[in-house]
Design a binder for this molecule. Structure first.
Ligand code: FCB
Length: 451
């Protein structure tokens, strides 16, 4: 069974989920509150006013869900571990019932021939740590490494492929700069401080996990291609690219924040924040990189007479850029262009030399049910087909891409969009939790069998 990182010879397949989006049972078995419980409880934060307290109830239905994963014919199940289930206060007292749950989940995956790929942090910071300033506090990075070791000690005999963070860009900049994700803080340059501490947490955890024998340790980034529409847009686009992409790749590959980044993010030149040795420790700490890709971004120079694009709040300090979103778009408004994925994979491989995994790719569509209750999601099939083909092209062009992981198994709690945007290849009835595979699920089964 391919429990280690898939090799380069063929493209492996998997499907992904995340704890807060599917588990529910947020008050069960001693789980402590996370920043997402707190954030979602605040009026006006989540589009439909809902939260993850029930979600897909996967905490109780994981056997059924793993049957669906194995029915797809994929080798990999990418899931995340909820820090507040394991350490309800973020640090200190371990909750054995939380670890027991992931123990059962891993065993149940292996029993079905599925290889687990575990993400340690998919945004559900224990609220107790946010009460002490969350990712703006250096201690949170240390607490993260301690938590990583607690989980590894329990699961490390069966889980070989680990990732520290999922999309730290979102955790830092949507959480602490734009305030549209938990913890909902709109503090501009604080986003850069959070980013450094997330990287530090990754580096500390990576060091200790490697020491404990882990060989396949990665980090999952939502890197993005930016395509300036005009020569004038190029300079301002550089600032956006720095905050989205280079803030991670610089430390991971070169052990440095580059000058272009420091020009827009002077916070990262603060020696109180970036201490001696931090960047050296982060350099070379990842054995592989996960890339989550959904859409490319066309950029133009912003017209000063037009209101600032709200998405720019997530790029504190970056210049006056505007985004142009072309058709076709998915239900969440993201432009569809598979060439962005191909380009990103080729460029990132060239830049890092690391094995790459497409750790998320997928699409939200309205998914209207037909009279017989099925979902004929031809648009999603087209999206997946085109993006798998783009991944194949990137491999043919020399990019060392090892796996393609579909986002996502189940329609679930889509963060600030609540349950209004559905990405699943399996429909979930919100009333009675019935799971119904969509046409895209059947298509994937056939596609994988044909490969
Ligand atoms: C990514 C997240 C994932 C999901 C998809 C649609 O940013 O990692 O949890 O919400 O977007």
């Amino acid at each position: 069974m391919p429990r280690h990182l898939p090799g380069p010879s063929t493209l492996a397949f998997g499907v992904a989920t995340a704890a807060y989006q599917i588990e529910g049972a947020t008050q069960e078995d001693g789980r402590g509150p996370s920043i997402w419980d707190t954030f979602a409880a605040r009026p006006g934060t989540v589009r439909d006013g809902k939260d993850g307290s029930v979600a897909c109830d996967s905490y109780h239905r994981f056997d059924e869900d793993l049957d669906l994963v194995s029915g797809l014919g994929v080798d990999w199940y990418r899931f995340s571990i909820a820090w507040p289930r394991v350490l309800p206060e973020g640090a200190g007292q371990v909750e054995p019932r939380g670890l027991d749950y992931y123990d059962r989940l891993v065993d149940a995956s292996l029993a079905r021939g599925l290889s687990p790929m575990a993400t340690l942090y998919h945004w559900d910071l224990p609220q107790a740590l946010e009460d002490r300033d969350g990712w703006l506090n250096r201690d949170t990075a240390e607490a993260f490494a301690d938590y990583a070791m607690v989980v590894h000690e329990r699961l490390g005999d069966r889980v070989q492929v680990w990732s520290t963070h999922n999309e730290p860009w979102c955790a830092a900049y949507l959480g602490y700069a734009a305030g549209v994700h938990a913890p909902g803080r709109k503090e501009g340059g604080a986003g850069h401080r959070a980013a450094h501490h997330l990287l530090l947490g990754h580096g500390l955890a990576a060091g200790r996990l490697h020491e404990a024998g882990v060989e396949d340790l990665g980090i999952v980034l939502n890197l993005a291609p930016f395509w300036p529409e005009t020569p004038e847009a190029e300079e301002v686009t550089d600032g956006i690219d720095a905050i989205r992409n280079r803030v991670w790749l610089g430390p991971l590959v070169d052990g440095a924040y580059d000058d272009g980044l420091l020009a827009v993010a002077p916070e990262l030149a603060d020696p109180q924040l970036v201490r001696d040795g931090d960047l050296e420790m982060i350099r070379g700490s990842a054995d592989w990189l996960g890339i989550n890709y959904y859409t490319p971004f066309h950029t133009t120079l912003a017209d000063p007479s037009v209101a600032r694009h709200p998405e720019l709040d997530a790029y504190p300090g970056a210049g006056a850029v505007s985004f142009v979103v072309r058709e076709p778009r998915t239900d969440i408004g993201w432009e569809v262009d598979a060439n962005g994925l191909e380009e990103l994979l080729v460029d990132t491989h060239r830049r890092t030399g690391l094995p790459l995994l497409v750790t998320e790719n997928g699409a939200a569509y309205p998914d209207d049910r037909t009279v017989d209750g099925t979902v004929d999601d031809q648009d999603r099939i087209g999206y997946l087909r085109d993006h798998i083909a783009a991944t194949d092209r990137a491999r043919a062009a020399g990019a060392d891409v090892r796996a393609y992981v579909v986002w996502t198994l189940l329609d679930n709690f889509e963060w600030a969009e609540g349950y209004t945007k559905t990405f699943g290849v399996v429909h979930v009835d919100a009333e009675d939790q019935t799971r119904t595979p969509k046409a895209s699920y059947r298509w994937l089964v056939d596609h994988l069998a044909a490969r």
